[in-house]
Design a protein around this ligand. Sequence first.
Ligand code: PXL
Length: 291
Amino acid sequence: MQTPRVAAIHDMSGFGRCSLTVAIPILSAMGVQCCPLPTAFLSTHTGGFQGFTFLDMTDEMPKVAAHWTSLGLTFQAVYSGFLASERQIGIVEDIITAFRRPDTQVIVDPVMGDHGQIYQTYTPAMCSGMRRLAQLADVITPNRTEAALLLDVPYEDLPAGEAGCRSIVERLSLEGRRSVVLTGASLAPGRTGAVCFDAVSGRTEAVQTAYIAHEFHGTGDVFASVLTGALVRGSTLFTAAAEAAEFVRACAERTAAEGLAMREGVDLEPLLGLLTQVPRDRTCEAAAPQV
Ligand code: PXL
């Protein structure tokens, strides 16, 4: 099989393990070529650091895309995440349109916030733009905060529990045309994972792993990157989500044991070997199948 190739449209934050600094090693470990298209270069991510630098790459992005087009490059996935300006919404829409082929999977991680809070660089216009961009996706990977923003409802009004999560993913599915992986979905005490609506099968399923009672920055980016790698390696949505949930759990467990500060992200480098084989044995179970 030819090495699959992914166009990864995220920021590059020099310190703090998120976005491209997790997408590149994860996709590479999974045997997938990651072609970075940076949206911004920051000294650190914006969560928990003061005085970070922020170089907006908006003007560079169409030039990169035009050069890739002139080379005739093709991608098995276009995978977007943290955006740096309102103008980038339209640019990413154009990139998706330019590179989408019948076998291209478009994965939009609608990075906008967490724990009910919007990230400090995101404006209301960027959030409504993200809603538009997400309409072009085959798969979206919101956390609960981003699901509320995409549905345009207050965070506190999102329904809870398994039935609530199922209704969220189904409401976000654009009447079944778009797959949705809701992250940070805890269906039982001590468990966490994702609830997934698969537009290919029309089914909704949950994947759950042990909950590690520590928060770390960038776990959403780790999850979406493993999911993307697994999808381009040919996994179904549920299998890809199970692999992603299990890798995040392993990273969080190791990082919690090390006592690393939340803002450093998860200590994923020593665990990249877990991703090099298509997994046969998982500690992450799929919840009872749902129609
Ligand atoms: O993990 C999401 C993310 C990505 N990139 C940057 C961020 C954040 C969240 O704070 O600041 C720069």
